[in-house]
Design a protein around this ligand. Structure first.
Ligand code: FAD
Length: 380
C-alpha cells in the first residue's frame, strides 16, 4: 500500500520537532523523517563545552519553556535532554533511519523518495538544517600539511591537542569558542581572521546581547551600525591592536547582506588580550609544517581546525525547477505546500525564529487544508 500523509517533515532537529509539535496541537497528521537514529543528532555531536549563546527565555521551542532550574545559557547535554522530552511530550515519533533522497511534484502533491520507500504528501516541510554540510575552503598546499587537519564539526574537546600548537581558521562563534576551549585545555591556539570580525559581549550591562539585538531591530540599520562600534569599544576595549579589526560592512549590514552574525564573546577576547591566544591574518598558503600568512609571516602548527562554517544541503533534494520561497511562510511556499524552516541567520537567534516560523507554517498548512476541503464540497 502507498504511504500517504498530509505533511512530510524532513529532519528531526529543533526545527522539525517544533513544526511537528505545532501540527500535533492543531490536530494535523504528519510524518517526521530523520536520517539518523535519534532526534537532534547535530546537538549530540557538537563540541562538548558548547552552550546556547542565546538566552533560555528566547531559545525554547513552542509551548514548552526550558525548566526553571536550567541556567540562562543552556549547555549542550541539557538542550539535548530538553529536545528528547519535547518529542515525548507531543508524541512526535520520528521515523528514524529514513533519509530523504528526492522531493518531486506529482500533480497537486509531492512525492518524497526515502531510503525505505516513496511517501506521498500534500505538504512538505524541509527542516534539514542550515548547518547541514561542513564548508571546507580550498587552500593552496593543504594536502602537504603533515599535522592533523579537521573541520570544527569533528572537534569534540581539547584533550587530543594538549601541549600542541593549533591554528583555528575563522573567528565566528565556533572558532572563537574552540580557541578558548583549547587554551583552557592546555593547547596553544592561534586564530586566523580573514577580513575582520564583529565581536559583541554575551551581555552588555547585564542585558543579554540577544535582547539588545531584538530591540535594535526597531531602529534604522544605519543608526545601529554607527552606534554599535562606539558602545562596543567601551565594553570590550579597542581590539584593533590585537589584530581584530572590524569589517567594512557595519554589523547589521553584514547580517542583512552576508547572513554573518557577530561573534559573541564568552572569554576569548580576554585570552587574546593576555596573549594566551594569538591572532593572525588570512592564510596565503598551507605548508608541510604549518602556514604562510598574507602578511608574509610563517607559523608552525601541529594541527589546523577549520571553523569555516556550514551550508544547507536541501537544494539537491529538489527536482530541477522547483523553487521554494525563503524560510518561513510566503506566497510561494503557501501556493506549493513546500516550506522551509530554519534557513537564515538572524541577529535574534535562529532558535527563536524557528519557533516563530513553526507556528506560522502550521497555521498556513491548516488554512490550506480548510481551503481544499471547502473546494471539495462546493457544488459543481
Ligand atoms: C555550534 C552551534 C551553536 C549554535 N548555538 C545557537 C544558539 O545559541 N542559539 C540559537 O538560536 N541558534 C544556535 N545555533 C543555530 C541553530 O539553532 C542550530 O543549528 C539548530 O540545531 C538548528 O536546528 P535545525 O532543526 O534547523 O537543524 P539541525 O539541528 O541541523 O537538524 C536538521 C536535522 O535534519 C536531518 N536531516 C538532514 N537531511 C536529511 C535528509 N535528507 N533526510 C532525513 N533527515 C535529514 C539531520 O540529521 C538533522 O537531525 C547554533 C548552531 C551551531 C552549529
Amino acid at each position: 500500500m502507498d504511504d500517504t500523509t498530509p505533511v512530510a517533515i524532513i529532519g528531526a532537529g529543533p526545527a522539525g520537532l517544533a513544526i511537528a509539535a505545532c501540527l500535533r496541537q492543531a490536530g494535523q497528521d504528519f510524518v517526521l523523517l530523520e536520517k539518523e537514529e535519534q532526534a537532534a543528532p547535530a546537538w549530540r555531536r557538537h563540541y562538548e563545552r558548547v552552550h546556547l549563546h542565546t538566552t533560555k527565555r528566547y531559545s525554547s521551542l513552542p509551548f514548552v519553556p526550558f525548566p526553571r532550574e536550567y541556567p540562562r545559557y543552556v549547555p549542550r547535554d541539557l538542550f539535548a535532554s530538553y529536545l528528547d522530552a519535547y518529542a515525548q511530550r507531543f508524541d512526535l515519533r520520528p521515523r528514524f533511519g529514513e533519509t530523504v533522497r528526492a522531493i518531486s511534484r506529482r500533480g497537486r502533491s509531492w512525492l518524497v523518495d526515502t531510503t525505505t520507500g516513496p511517501l506521498h504528501a500534500s505538504n512538505v516541510v524541509i527542516a534539514s538544517g542550515n548547518n547541514a554540510e561542513p564548508l571546507m575552503p580550498g587552500f593552496a598546499g593543504a594536502d602537504a600539511f603533515r599535522g592533523k587537519r579537521l573541520h570544527s564539526a569533528d572537534y569534540l574537546n581539547a584533550m587530543p591537542f594538549a601541549g600542541q600548537s593549533v591554528l583555528i581558521v575563522g573567528m565566528g562563534n565556533t572558532g572563537a569558542e574552540i580557541a578558548l576551549d583549547l587554551v583552557e585545555g592546555g593547547a596553544r591556539p592561534t586564530i586566523s581572521v580573514r577580513g575582520g570580525v564583529h565581536i559583541v559581549p554575551r551581555e552588555l550591562l547585564g542585558v543579554p546581547i540577544q535582547m539588545i539585538g531584538m530591540a535594535a531591530r526597531l531602529m534604522p540599520q544605519r543608526i545601529n551600525d554607527a552606534l554599535f562600534p562606539i558602545i562596543l569599544d567601551l565594553a570590550l576595549g579597542r581590539l584593533g591592536k590585537y589584530g581584530l579589526k572590524r569589517p567594512r560592512q557595519g554589523m547589521l549590514q553584514q547580517i542583512a547582506l552576508s547572513s554573518r552574525i557577530p561573534t559573541i564573546d564568552i572569554g576569548t577576547v580576554g585570552k587574546i588580550r593576555e596573549g594566551a591566544i594569538k591572532v593572525t591574518p588570512d592564510i596565503a598558503e598551507i605548508t608541510e609544517q604549518g602556514t604562510r600568512f598574507v602578511d608574509g609571516k610563517h607559523g608552525a602548527f601541529d594541527a589546523i581546525i577549520f571553523a569555516t562554517g556550514f551550508r544547507p544541503g536541501y537544494a539537491r533534494l529538489l527536482e530541477p525547477g522547483v523553487q521554494p520561497g525563503g524560510s518561513g511562510v510566503n506566497a510561494r511556499a503557501s501556493d506549493l505546500g513546500l516550506y522551509l524552516i530554519g534557513f537564515h541567520n538572524p541577529v535574534t537567534g535562529l532558535l527563536r525564529e524557528i519557533s516563530i516560523e513553526a507556528e506560522q507554517i502550521a497555521d498556513d498548512i491548516s488554512l490550506r487544508r480548510d481551503r481544499n476541503k471547502a473546494a471539495e464540497i462546493l457544488p459543481v
